[in-house]
Structure formats: structure tokens, C-alpha cells
Design a protein. Structure first.
Length: 140
């Protein structure tokens, strides 16, 4: 499979995962994260989402010098996307560890939710800016 085909597959999987994580995040916000099952579903979707993001970055940059490549990005949205991705994953781990210890929604979980929503807004903007890639019907 060519790199473009892999990237197209990865990007469509990211679109699907974005919709799932957004839906589960809204559901958790609406219910105050009270359902154990829904929190675990959100955690699983989030892990798959971030694994797919890593694959996406690998397809673009390979494994070497990601930080330098992000510094050289011309788009401030892409830079902010990287910052909020990092903040989202860090706050996710902290919130998850707290949640596993108490099975209650914590302030850090609320902060994670807000950071995650900003991240998803940036993801949607990043995707919309590149919508031609999704609409392209050229032979791969």
C-alpha cells in the first residue's frame, strides 16, 4: 500500500475516531461521568484515537525529530494542535488515575474535558483546511 493510501486510510479513521471521541466526551459531560461503562468506552476510544494520531504523525514525519518539525510548522493552528494534544493526553492520564482510585469525577477530569474540547475544535479546523485531500478522487 502506498504512503498516500495509508494516509488516506489513517485520516478517514481519524475522522471516525474524532466523531466517536466527541460524542463520548459530550455524553460524559452531560452525565457528570457517572457511568463506569461510559468512562471505559471513552478511555478505549481515546486510546485508539491517540494511537491513530501517532500513526498519522509517523506517516507525515517518520520517527525522528518530531519536535524540530513541529517548530518549523508554518501553520500556528498545527502548532497549537500539537500543544493541545499533549495537554489532553497528560490530563487524560492524571484524570484516569484519579478516576480509577475513586470512581468519581474530579476537577482534573473537568479540566481534561475542556482541554479536550479545544483540542477537538482544532482537529476539526485542521481537517476542514485539508478537506480537498478527502474529496480527491484521483487514482492512488
Amino acid at each position: 500500500m502506498s504512503k498516500v493510501k495509508k494516509l488516506r486510510l489513517c485520516d478517514w479513521m481519524l475522522v471516525f475516531a474524532t466523531a466517536l471521541i466527541l460524542t463520548s466526551g459530550i455524553q460524559l459531560e452531560a452525565t457528570g461521568s457517572r457511568g463506569l461503562l461510559w468512562v471505559w468506552i471513552h478511555v478505549i476510544i481515546g486510546c485508539l484515537f491517540f494511537a491513530n494520531i501517532i500513526w498519522h504523525l509517523y506517516l507525515h514525519f517518520g520517527w525522528k525529530s518530531w519536535i524540530q518539525r513541529f517548530r518549523k510548522q508554518k501553520s500556528p493552528v498545527t502548532r497549537w494542535l500539537a500543544v493541545f494534544a499533549l495537554l489532553t493526553i497528560i490530563s487524560a492520564f492524571i484524570a484516569l488515575f484519579h478516576w480509577i482510585g475513586s470512581y468519581t469525577h474530579s476537577p482534573i477530569g473537568g479540566i481534561h474535558g475542556k482541554i479536550g474540547f479545544v483540542f477537538l475544535i482544532l482537529v476539526i479546523g485542521h481537517t476542514v483546511k485539508r478537506i480537498k485531500f478527502f474529496k480527491s478522487t484521483r487514482k492512488l
